[in-house]
Design a protein around this ligand. Structure first.
Ligand code: HEM
Length: 375
């Protein structure tokens, strides 16, 4: 899509799309300014089917209070403490395929890793992991064909999974309330801001948000990064020789192949952006994937430069809704890529592979990524 974005940045950087009934914003400067101004560009949504109210769809002052509360639970220490687990799960997953000389990166590593980590973080007992994985898969599932029937079926599966997962978490929340453990749900139950605590319903909504916001995105971060490694074998070797550069590599992979392409807002008042008149109540879709390649912001935007400085990409959003899970996603990306480079040599896209992209316009990633390698 990146060459299309480039053309749109030049021809119609702010455009109204009649078919979808919303504005599209393609330049870095405009996207940045919109995300910086939650008073004029609200995150509130109408409550469609299955949508719950979470911090993602709140505005200040409620957002600020809730975000402060969940920040207390989602601390850098809590995330960093997960490093050994991320390492050992990655090792286990790679050990299972290492002897085969080939694997599907999406299926064998990039999907299970974030799901297992989130499950452990929340405090899902080991015996329930499989059940949990099926629900969270259903939650992020897109439909393979775009017919109305297929769409309807996927929506129903999602509704069902949300209900079952909801009942499951309600049970865990009840258990942790009487007997706290060392997990995120217990921390959320005890977290407090100015005497205010989260209700069971809010904790439930937040747990489901973590699954929905954190799993598929991290899967795509890992797969998109590996895809980049297969596109540049010299880079692959460079990172093997100097693993300290992997951190920067992940950052540039986030800019170059962003797992989320766009974030949406609703204008709360009439306002001009890029010379266009946006009216109160209209939807504004901010294309971070385009902003990340804006030549006005990044030199040589279509070149992958691992030590790009500064690299203020918008892949985790910007401002008050900046991704809560960014430190966790970065950590998982770092450990996954480090282990992959250590254990697998000469990683290449499998010769017969035919890359199929995920259909959603807001997600950037492939459905499967078969690779070959030498152990
Ligand atoms: C918010 C991207 C991983 C939890 C966001 C936003 C973006 C984003 C763009 C801002 C949305 C907006 O402004 O409307 C990503 C990407 C990820 C990732 C690219 C992986 C590479 C995660 C993970 C978690 C997570 C692992 C949790 C475990 C959240 C939450 C919010 C959020 C809770 C809402 C924050 C708020 O509204 O204050 N993410 N995310 N994300 N993300 Fe992530």
């Amino acid at each position: 899509p990146f060459s299309i974005y480039e053309r749109l940045r030049q021809t119609t950087p702010v455009r109204y799309d009649e078919t979808r009934g919303c504005w599209d914003i393609f330049r870095y400067e405009d996207v940045h300014r919109i995300l910086k101004d939650p008073a004029t560009f609200s995150s509130k949504r109408s409550l469609e089917r299955g949508n719950t109210v979470t911090i993602l769809t709140m505005d200040p002052p409620r957002h600020s209070q809730m975000r402060a509360l969940v920040n207390k639970a989602f601390t850098p220490k809590m995330v960093n403490d997960l490093a050994p687990r991320i390492e050992s799960i990655t090792s286990e997953l790679l050990a299972a395929v290492q002897g085969k000389g080939q694997m599907d990166m999406v299926h064998d590593l990039a999907t299970p890793l974030p799901v297992i980590i989130i499950a452990e973080l929340l405090g899902v007992p080991a015996e329930d992991r499989q059940l949990f994985k099926e629900w969270s898969d259903a939650l992020v599932k897109g439909s393979a064909d775009s017919s109305a029937e297929a769409f309807e079926r996927v929506m129903m599966e999602k509704d069902k999974a949300t209900k079952e997962l909801g009942a499951y978490f309600a049970k865990i929340i009840g258990q942790r309330r009487s007997q706290p453990k060392d997990d995120l749900i217990s921390v959320l139950l005890s977290a407090e801001i100015e005497g205010e605590k989260l209700s069971d319903e809010e904790i439930l909504g937040f747990s489901i948000l973590l699954l929905a916001a954190g799993n598929e995105t991290t899967t795509n971060l890992i797969t998109n990064s590996v895809r980049r490694l297969t596109e540049d074998l010299a880079l692959q070797q460079q990172l093997r020789n100097d693993p300290t550069q992997i951190k920067n590599f992940i950052e540039e992979a986030l800019r170059f192949y962003p797992p989320i392409q766009a974030v949406s807002r609703i204008a709360t008042e009439d306002i001009q952006i890029g010379g266009k008149q946006i009216m109160a109540g209209e939807q504004v879709v901010n294309w971070v994937a385009s902003a990340n390649r804006d030549e006005a912001q990044f030199t040589d935007p279509n070149t992958f430069i691992i030590d790009r400085k500064p690299n203020n990409h918008l892949s985790f959003g910007f401002g008050i809704h900046f991704c809560l899970g960014a430190p966790l996603a970065r950590l998982e990306g770092l450990h996954a890529i480090r282990a992959i480079l250590e254990r697998l040599q000469d990683i290449q896209l499998a010769p017969e592979a035919n890359l199929e992209f995920i259909e959603s316009p807001f997600v950037y990633g492939v459905k499967a990524f078969p690779i070959t390698f030498k152990a």
